[in-house]
Design a protein around this ligand. Structure first.
Ligand code: NAP
Length: 259
């Protein structure tokens, strides 16, 4: 073989998602941005989704720099009609859909007795109904491609957390949804899994004050806060060949926090 030419076998190993189309919600920043870049690095074309397309420009540019097609799209994931139209638009623009990552999420923390109905509803609407909206709208496309769904939950959806009744309920719901859709779509060759991050350094956790953050980090057996890229690596694993025979599972990525 000509040593100056790239070896096709090593290209396949480096870029196992070449030719695949991925859609990542909440990809303007934080974990979603890292997931979009991880999928792009693995060779997938990426539809980068957040509340506004303009907020996704940086992620799109970084994905393109990795040599893949990428475009930005804006939607409120809680709006079922808008999500349905967007999934159609993306499938048309990218020529199908192979990987759906439901990552968009919000918190509106507060103790139960002080939590407003509006704060409960909005968190469930974005985190849980938003996931349902994309899964439902994309399911036919994914059956066609025998594709992958990865939903981003949270350890809090397993352990519960004081001050996060709305968020924990929404994230526990994502796990129940994941297991149920996995059973419904397994016969069509679609795998459906969840990733449950622990305490990860992003805008979402930036509001935690220094002393509380240090205490939290101390409670993590691996002794440090997680990085967005560490969650992305797990999502890319589930979306790639490593995830071929895994479905209905929730992979906890929390440095041991929930042990
Ligand atoms: P983040 O930095 O706050 O980013 C949130 C992302 O979601 C942004 O891209 C945001 O878009 C998007 N988003 C929010 N509401 C949306 C809506 N209604 N429609 C469309 N997009 C919306 O959050 P993160 O820390 O990366 O978290 C990502 C996911 O991981 C979330 O589901 C979160 O619950 C989960 N998680 C995070 C942690 C952690 O410690 N950070 C732990 C466990 C689980 P805009 O930029 O347009 O607002």
């Amino acid at each position: 073989m000509d040593a100056s030419q790239p070896n096709p076998a090593s290209i396949a190993a480096d870029r196992p998602l070449m030719g695949k189309v991925a859609l990542v919600t909440g990809a303007s920043r934080g974990i979603g941005r890292a997931v979009a870049l991880g999928l792009a690095q693995a060779g997938a074309a990426v539809a980068v989704v957040a509340t506004k397309a303009s907020g996704c420009a940086d992620t799109v540019e970084a994905c393109r720099a990795l040599g893949v097609k990428a475009d930005a799209f804006g939607v409120d994931v809680a709006d079922s009609n808008a999500v349905e139209a967007l999934v159609k638009e993306i499938a048309q623009a990218f020529g199908g859909l192979d990987i759906l990552v439901n990552n968009a999420g919000i918190t509106r923390d507060g103790l139960l007795l002080r939590m407003s109905e509006e704060d409960f509803d909005r968190v469930v609407d974005v985190n849980l109904k938003g996931t349902f909206n994309f899964v439902k709208s994309a399911s036919r496309l994914l059956m066609k491609s025998r594709g992958r769904i990865v939903n981003v939950s949270s350890v809090v959806g397993i352990t519960g957390n004081a001050g996060q009744v709305n968020y924990a309920a929404s994230k526990a719901g994502v796990i129940g949804l994941t297991r149920s859709v996995a059973k419904e779509l397994a016969g069509r060759g679609v795998t459906v899994n969840a990733v449950a991050p622990g305490y990860i350094e992003t805008d979402m956790t930036a509001a935690i004050d220094g002393a509380a953050a240090a205490k939290l980090a101390e409670a993590i057996p691996l002794g440090r806060i997680g990085k967005a890229g560490e969650i992305a690596a797990t999502v890319v694993f589930l979306a790639g060949p490593g995830g071929d025979y895994i479905t209905g599972q929730t992979l906890v990525v929390d440095g041991g926090l929930s042990l």
